[in-house]
Design a protein around this ligand. Structure first.
Ligand SMILES: [Ca+2]
Ligand SMILES: [Ca+2]
Ligand SMILES: [Ca+2]
Length: 228
């Protein structure tokens, strides 16, 4: 009976902790930047997350900041060369400014410009660094549909595999590649990188006290079991 009660205390404490560590969904949409063209070297920070190229710089502006740039009617992130030189170097690394882990839920991807030349990526390589070690990765293919500030929808939702939703990341690397030319840097655009930031809410002091009581109870129960 007594042991049953202690087990219950532990369960309540763990349940409360799980409830307090609620995930916070963040949309890294770049709308908090501005005004005008914002150039980032070593990177740009939006909604608590920084995106930094390995070399060069990234840019953010309304509709990419040029007539030919991929546009969605809002401010987006541009990794490329034209007009924002020096060109962004692969990969663009995304991390939480607060050092929190996160899971990638969705993102919108697009070409750089509507000029079909070697500056445009046709695929985007994602590499996630998983907390505790290891990586996960996926290549997303751009639809090559982009008419700049014309009426065509230039951005597409990245077709993410299911494993992203369960991969807790410390960093997400994003590279723009072009079929046939290997690891060379190619331009692309990003917007609405939606992440589930698991670590943002830490257990509250009251919860910690409860958890402590629960663990104390667990230790007591173990000792009681040993002596019994
Ligand atoms: Ca946006
Ligand atoms: Ca368009
Ligand atoms: Ca497109």
């Amino acid at each position: 009976m007594f042991r049953k009660f202690l087990g219950g205390a532990v369960a309540v404490a763990l349940f409360t902790m799980a409830g307090a560590a609620q995930a916070v969904v963040v949309n890294v949409d770049f709308e908090d930047l501005g005004p005008g063209l914002v150039l980032g070297a070593p990177g740009l920070s939006s909604q608590g997350f920084t995106l930094a190229p390995a070399t060069g710089r990234v840019a953010s502006a309304l509709n990419g900041g040029c007539i030919a740039c991929a546009s969605n009617g809002t401010r987006s992130l541009v990794a490329g060369g034209i007009g924002i030189g020096p060109a962004s170097g692969n990969p663009i690394s995304m991390t939480s400014d607060g050092g929190f882990t996160f899971r990638l839920l969705s993102l919108d991807i697009a070409e750089f410009v509507n000029i079909d030349n070697d500056d445009n990526a046709d695929q985007i390589l994602l590499t996630g660094f998983v907390t505790g070690g290891g990586t996960v990765g996926e290549t997303l293919f751009l639809d090559n549909i982009n008419d700049g500030d014309g009426g065509v929808a230039d951005f597409q939702a990245g077709a993410l595999s299911g494993f992203w939703a369960s991969s807790i990341l410390t960093q997400l690397d994003i590279s723009g590649l072009r079929t046939g030319d290997g690891a060379a840097d190619r331009g692309f655009s990003l917007d609405n990188i939606v992440v589930d930031a698991d670590g943002i809410e830490v257990p509250e002091p009251a919860t910690l006290a409860l958890l402590g009581a629960g663990l104390f109870g667990l230790g007591w129960a173990r000792r009681w079991r040993k002596t019994a």
